[in-house]
Design a protein around this ligand. Sequence first.
Ligand code: GLV
Length: 326
Amino acid sequence: MPSQKLGTIVVALRLEDRHLEAIRAAAPGAEVVKINGRGEWPARRAELESTVEVIAGVQGSDNLDLASMPRLRWIQTGGAGNDWLIRSPEIANSDVMVTNGSGVAAIPIAEHVLAMMFALSRQIPRFTKSQLDHEWYRGERLAEVDGSTMGIVGLGAIGEKTAEKARGLNMRVLGLRRDPTRSSPHVDRMLGPDGLMELLEVSDWVVLASALTSRTRGLIGEPELRAMKDTACLINIARGALVQEKVLVRALKEGWIGGAGLDVFEREPLPPDSPLWDMDNVLISSHYSHSTPHYNDRLAGVFIENLRRYRAGEPMINVVDKQHNS
Ligand code: GLV
């Protein structure tokens, strides 16, 4: 619950002036302080810590010291991933509420998955190369996506949106989520965590869209990659650490799987000497699948709606289950 008179609201999200105006309108009487991204927090914290009640865009791993922030009640983050909580046990175990930006990037990330899938199936990188070389290339037959099976590990907002779009392409969609009794209209079959091997065995496209937690770290290793069809592709738009990257490199080199579309990596930026850069069957993007012109509007929308609910004492949206995510 908010205090009688709302304390300071610190906004470090990269929002525009019109969003700030809407935030101020949603919290009349409160002091709203815009800081210049997470990087400015260390320089401003001494001035803001004693009064801040709500902080948007700074998270525990950026040096939030709860002992110096007696009024802090709520942290709104800008992204979907909550794995920073693993490195912030003080916040995970506190009663400070955390809400995130789940859903804000579901559309662009789902589109990115499809872009990678079509690029791999229609060999777009090969044609790009032949275009650069002015070469009239006609190589092996290209694949079709229609009628193929996509297995999505993690059915949060991104997984659901990807499933919806895949179904629109006449694909069969398998989903895997912690609680398989929670159904989805976009999934032909929902599996629980013990269904991972089955999903890997039957899918032509394995999409990783799950949270990184202590339970999912290193989820995809040798047995999992060997279980996949040798024509299947792995698409990871979630977190690099879900996959044992050294084993993935072997799987791609030795042809256990057909290819990979990777937006995330164990180390980011991906080191220049990573073998992944030079593999013909790998597509790389730079942890950028969330990019969209609508990000700020959607994120501001979540924060403003939550501010309204916070002040009214109503249940908030995108509340993070801190125990599950740490
Ligand atoms: C980005 O990776 C996010 O978690 O939103």
